[in-house]
Ligand binder design. Structure first.
Ligand code: NAP
Length: 332
């Protein structure tokens, strides 16, 4: 049976807030969608497609991928490529699509790290899986201490000059590495558009210098795992649901993370969110977006319902001094 024609919501751009990415000409939706989990070949394709179409309907123009998102590696790009060829085909120029290389992808010495060989070959593979001529943003997924940073930055610059990426970004680089790498990119004439660090109420590392460097260098920030992979939601308030990330085989979020101390904090945050008339996930996203240096929060979702709840964060972004202090007190 042929799929029904997808017609996106005509009012999609009125629903979303767009924020300038550093000093660039690019604006990102305040909420972007990542395909790390839930979009691989072990997941239900139709559910994934529905989430992506619902996101586009809500004005989410930015979809984030990496070479090894799946599982298996590469399958999130393949599945997104299928949606790009069908539902989203007429809308390529309304979309900002990113991919990355840096972590483990294929066997041997050239399938991991920051070498020119790996980055160029991986980007080529990603383009094939996505069925695209170029990605909008290509990231060095991590700083590689085994590769001169110049080599990694020259590779990113080369991808832009080859027309395979429009912009480049850095992910998981610390403040000093970011400063040095962005200096090199600036000199090459390919300024760093964006940085992708992990940041949430539970992971505060970017406050220790990174956000300052990004501001100084005019680089945008798109923060990943803003819900701490689901911890900052109501997902685990009453145990571990069978279909949750914790219940699925993965090494990134396991039941060992759900300590009594953490769950106590989450319950107290949840009460505060209720007092604000929000869900915990909405409050967690609003809390990040109150910093103008944060261009976008990069969420994941395993259902359209979760996505829609999270989009509701935009209805209440402001915090009182009292609420902010209360959050700090809970998190201390
Ligand atoms: N650069 C990097 O190194 C790096 C690393 C990690 C991630 N990322 C990027 O960041 C994106 C997001 O990461 P993430 O998936 O960890 O983000 P997240 O938004 O912190 O967590 C998403 C998970 O939280 C749960 N969730 C979301 N909304 C919910 C709601 N309203 N109610 C209940 N549960 C909810 C879902 O878990 P369930 O599956 O349990 O339903 C969902 O899969 C990735 O897709 C990727 O693009 C980048």
């Amino acid at each position: 049976m042929k799929d029904l024609l997808y017609i996106p919501a005509p009012d999609r751009y009125e629903k979303m807030m767009y924020r300038k990415c550093g000093i660039s000409g690019i604006a990102l939706p305040a909420i972007s969608l990542g395909l790390w989990h839930n979009f691989g070949n072990f997941d239900d394709f139709v559910t994934g497609r529905n989430i992506i179409c619902a996101a586009f309907d809500a004005g989410i123009t930015h979809f984030d991928l990496a070479n090894n998102y799946g599982p298996p590696y590469g399958s999130a790009e393949e599945n997104f490529g299928r949606i790009l060829r069908n539902e989203l085909k007429p809308f390529r120029d309304e979309l900002l699509i990113s991919s990355k290389a840096g972590y483990d992808m294929w066997p041997g010495p050239y399938g991991n790290g920051g070498s020119r060989k790996y980055l160029i070959a991986s980007c080529e593979q990603s383009l094939k899986r996505l069925g695209l001529e170029y990605v909008d943003i290509f990231y060095s997924h991590r700083f590689d201490p085994e590769t001169p940073v110049e080599e990694t930055m020259y590779a990113l610059d080369q991808l832009v000059r080859q027309g395979k990426a429009l912009y480049v970004g850095l992910s998981n680089y610390d403040p000093e590495q970011t400063f040095i790498a962005s200096q090199i990119l600036e000199e090459l004439g390919t300024p760093c558009l964006i940085h992708q660090p992990k940041y949430s109420m539970l992971v505060r590392t970017p406050e220790e210098g990174l956000l300052d460097v990004l501001e100084e260098k005019g680089i945008g920030a798109i923060v990943f795992s803003p819900l701490a992979q689901g911890l900052l939601t109501d997902r685990y308030l009453n145990g571990i649901p069978d279909d949750s990330r914790v219940a699925k085989p993965n090494r990134f979020l396991t039941k060992e993370h759900l300590t009594t101390e953490l769950m106590d904090k989450i319950r107290r945050l949840n009460s505060l969110a209720t007092e604000r008339g929000q869900s915990l996930s909405q409050m967690a996203l609003a809390w990040l977006l109150r910093d103008p240096r944060v261009t976008s929060v990069l969420i994941g979702a395993s259902s359209t319902e979760q996505l829609n709840i999270n989009l509701g964060a935009l209805k209440r972004l402001e915090f009182t001094e009292f609420e902010l202090n209360h959050i700090e007190e809970i998190l201390a």
